[in-house]
Ligand binder design. Structure first.
Ligand code: NI
Length: 169
């Protein structure tokens, strides 16, 4: 099932999500649906709050279907180490059509549970490191625009308000 992506302005995006506690067939199905919804939206990462489900769960595939091994499920992820700094334009499926440069750690180690509840650690660099940080932020109710200047953020919010008024958001 393909879920519609929740857009900026919906309060579910700005509240802390609840931990995943049950690793069953239902969760398996939700994860499959999240991958499907992410690919449909042309994204490389998707957090459960972005489909209106306030759970600490995210999926990532920075290869966009190229490498099945690259598909990652992060349940209850925690950032355990960061290193370096890297600035790249960043976007979010919940804030479509906008992109802004964001400084993030270049190398990030994450600890998370997989779809079966098994804990694992994974280190990513560049885009994968960015995805770890971006998706984990989502689960704390934090959006990438919290990492840009207040000036840029206000400008973006003004543009979004106009789009909302025009019925285009
Ligand atoms: Ni996002």
């Amino acid at each position: 099932m393909i879920y519609p992506i929740v857009k900026f302005g919906n309060p579910v995006l700005e509240k802390a999500a609840e931990p995943v506690t049950v690793f069953d067939a239902e969760l398996q199905k939700l994860v499959e649906d999240m991958f499907e919804s992410m690919y449909q939206a042309h994204g490389v990462g998707l957090a459960a709050p972005q489909i209106g489900i306030s759970k600490r769960l995210a999926v990532i595939d920075i290869t966009f279907k190229e490498d099945p091994e690259a598909k990652l499920v992060l349940a209850n992820p925690e950032i355990i180490h960061t290193e370096g700094k890297h600035t790249q334009p960043e976007g979010c499926l919940s804030i479509p059509e906008f992109r802004e440069p964001v400084a993030r750690a270049k190398k990030v180690t994450i600890r998370a549970q997989d779809v079966n509840g098994k804990w694992f650690e994974r280190t990513g660099e560049d885009l994968l490191a960015r995805a770890f940080l971006h998706e984990t932020d989502h689960l704390s109710g934090k959006l990438y625009i919290s990492h840009i200047s207040a000036l840029k953020r206000d400008l973006m919010k003004r543009k979004i308000r106009k789009l909302v008024k025009a019925g285009e958001w």
